[in-house]
Write a protein that binds this ligand. Structure first.
Ligand SMILES: [Zn+2]
Ligand SMILES: [Zn+2]
Length: 263
């Protein structure tokens, strides 16, 4: 992909490039390692071309191409025992998506080549600046159908911000609503302590833990017909969740976990 044609880069192309080769911190390395020189990188292949190419290759062969239906996102195609599947990693950068597929054996051979993809290199490329929060082994929230990661103010989103110095976790949407309600005071919605800063967080799990594997964070890549797009959209309706209080009142949530050490 030539993004510097005549020394000019459009904002649109720049935006697409930044999304494709995220995270920003490693964008040059990601582009060189996973874009420019990687065997599995197929810049402008279509859905049908990818399927056709992989059909003749070994099981575990994979390639990735720029999605034609979701601009700025990758579609990863891989050959299984029975057919070729294509999926778009949601909320993951390319390196994170590859780590997941390499780990569970979906992505073994880049474009059919018998060479191993180095997870260590991918892990370095995937890492953006965020604070890692280790998820406790014991799931206190199971009895109420929730998880540690779920935001305890809205039950809609995953926690993604940590407040300092109190250390409470919530999602950015709830924090924004709380601050609007509090006339932009910078307090914590849980303990009302004054916040000095906040950090973006990402959950990690103990590596030795034999956790039940969560399904990959990908959705099936459909062909670009409106019918299938509609099917994808309807299948993405939000899951059932605990009822919410009438107004936004995070201090007194209606549903409480049995006294967990929330942070
Ligand atoms: Zn929330
Ligand atoms: Zn707090």
């Amino acid at each position: 992909m030539d993004i510097t044609k005549s020394g000019y880069v459009s904002i649109y192309i720049f935006d697409v490039f930044v999304r494709l080769f995220a995270p920003w911190k490693n964008i040059n390395k990601v582009w060189l390692t996973l874009g420019y020189s990687h065997a599995a990188f197929k810049a402008s292949m279509t859905y049908d071309e990818a399927a056709q190419r992989l059909e003749s290759l070994d099981i575990g062969s994979f390639l990735y191409r720029m999605s034609a239906t979701k601009i700025g996102q990758w579609a990863i195609a891989y050959r299984t025992e029975y057919n070729v599947l294509q999926s778009i990693p949601e909320k993951q950068n390319l390196a994170e998506a590859l780590i997941e597929g390499v780990s569970d054996g979906r992505y073994r051979y880049p474009d059919g080549r018998q060479e191993n993809t180095d997870i260590g290199v991918l892990a370095v490329l995937a890492k953006d600046e965020y604070e890692e929060i280790e998820v406790p082994e014991e799931n206190w929230y199971k009895p109420i159908g929730s998880t540690f990661e779920q935001c305890k103010l809205c039950y809609d989103h995953v926690k993604n911000v940590k407040l300092e110095p109190c250390g409470h976790l919530s999602c950015v949407e709830c924090l924004r609503k709380w601050r609007m309600q509090e006339a932009n005071k910078t307090t914590c919605p849980f303990c009302r302590e004054e916040d000095r800063s906040s950090a973006t967080i990402k959950f990690t799990y103990k590596p030795d833990e034999k956790r039940k594997k969560t399904p990959p964070k990908t959705i099936p890549e459909e062909n670009s017909s409106p019918k299938s797009a509609l099917k994808t959209m309807t299948s993405l309706s939000p899951p059932a969740r605990p009822p919410k209080p009438g107004r936004f009142s995070p201090i007194a949530p209606t549903i409480r976990a049995p006294d967990p050490p929330e942070f």
